[in-house]
Design a binder for this molecule. Structure first.
Ligand SMILES: Cc1cc2nc3c(=O)[nH]c(=O)nc-3n(C[C@H](O)[C@H](O)[C@H](O)COP(=O)(O)OP(=O)(O)OC[C@H]3O[C@@H](n4cnc5c(N)ncnc54)[C@H](O)[C@@H]3O)c2cc1C
Length: 301
């Protein structure tokens, strides 16, 4: 990185891009813990996002994209580089039975807005606190539905080639909580989903039904959702519960009493508390069941 902080700050100011120097990472993770991000930047549209990515590529500054931070935690240290936070990139465009969501659009908000217009799209996912970009990157899923089930295409920017491209279903290489976007180097600008015309009241009832199920089963405390992936043929929560780990804690991080798959921040947890708790859970589950749990949540060390 050859540019001074002053010069980098000037670049953002000239482009009227909101930027925060040495930002508290806890504000950008739903676990509400973590260290410091050198530059947190908030593009308001795809054009600004591309400007930032071009600049970073030319200057050799590392970039990481953050949606709603509902699957991300940054360790308790200074993280150098630019953290492109998409939450101001909002918007929903409806045409030909499809809805194009800007990268930072909130998934629950989009599902509810489309419902009000009589368009049904994956109500099962309406309680996932994701951005559209993060939902596609993680291929998030719930109650038997995944975002890939309603995926049409995505507009992406590739900083290395300096071009915008359209990714098809095949390009996305979707798997269980997986997509090509997780390997980095690609920024999703918008994602287009398939909608179905339906009665708004019927869709609204489905949304309520799924949020009720969620409320009954999941804790309210800050978390990253289910911390571990589902192991083949079983459930992480069931194994953790069987090992008597509900309530097990390290500092402010604890295994939820309500849902053993959730590692929660019960107040004042550091990122290290969560990392240590996750490791303890993995070890105890492995020793007693032989199953090695794989994290679904992403921890940037
Ligand atoms: C209370 C709670 C409940 C949850 N329930 C579920 C559930 O039922 N099912 C489920 O699957 N998940 C669930 N999650 C986890 C999480 O919400 C999902 O993984 C979600 O898809 C993450 O979206 P995000 O916008 O927060 O992404 P982030 O956490 O910000 O990022 C996740 C990954 O996507 C990448 N990314 C984000 N945006 C872009 C972009 N525009 N371009 C390229 N890469 C990008 C990031 O770099 C990162 O690698 C839950 C989380 C919480 C806190």
């Amino acid at each position: 990185m050859n540019r001074s902080h002053e010069e980098i700050g000037n670049f953002f100011y000239r482009g009227r891009i909101r930027a925060e120097e040495y930002a508290d990472a806890a504000r950008y993770s739903t676990f509400r813990a973590g260290g410091v991000l050198e530059w947190a930047v908030f593009p308001q549209n795809a054009g600004q996002a591309i400007e930032i990515l071009k600049f970073a590529e030319e200057e050799g500054i590392p970039v990481r994209i953050i949606g709603r931070g509902s699957n991300l935690l940054f360790s308790d240290r200074l993280h150098p580089g630019i953290f492109l936070i998409t939450r101001l990139m909002r918007g929903i465009l409806i045409r030909d039975g499809q809805a194009e969501l800007s990268a930072g659009e909130s998934l629950p908000h989009a599902i509810a807005s489309l419902a009000a217009k009589g368009l049904s799209v994956a109500e099962e996912l309406s309680g996932i606190p994701a951005s559209a970009g993060g939902a596609a990157a993680m291929n998030c899923g719930a109650y038997g539905k995944e975002i890939s089930d309603v995926f049409c295409s995505a507009s992406v920017y590739l900083p290395k080639n300096k071009n915008i491209s359209t990714y098809t279903y095949e390009d996305m290489k979707f798997g269980y909580r997986q997509s090509v976007l997780q390997s980095g180097g690609v920024c999703l600008l918008s994602v287009t989903l398939l909608t179905k015309a339906s009665d708004p009241e019927k869709i609204r009832r489905r949304i309520l039904e799924f949020s009720e199920k969620r409320r009954a089963a999941q804790p309210q405390a800050p978390s990253l959702g289910s911390f571990f992936k589902r192991p083949p043929g079983d459930y992480a929560a069931r194994l953790i519960d069987e090992c008597g780990l509900k309530g097990c804690s390290v500092g402010g991080a604890a295994v939820s009493e309500k849902h053993a798959g959730f590692l929660i921040n019960r107040g004042g947890a550091s990122a290290q508390d969560l990392i240590s708790l996750a490791e303890t859970v993995r070890e105890r589950v492995y020793r007693s069941t032989g199953v090695l749990l794989e994290p679904e949540a992403e921890i940037v060390l």
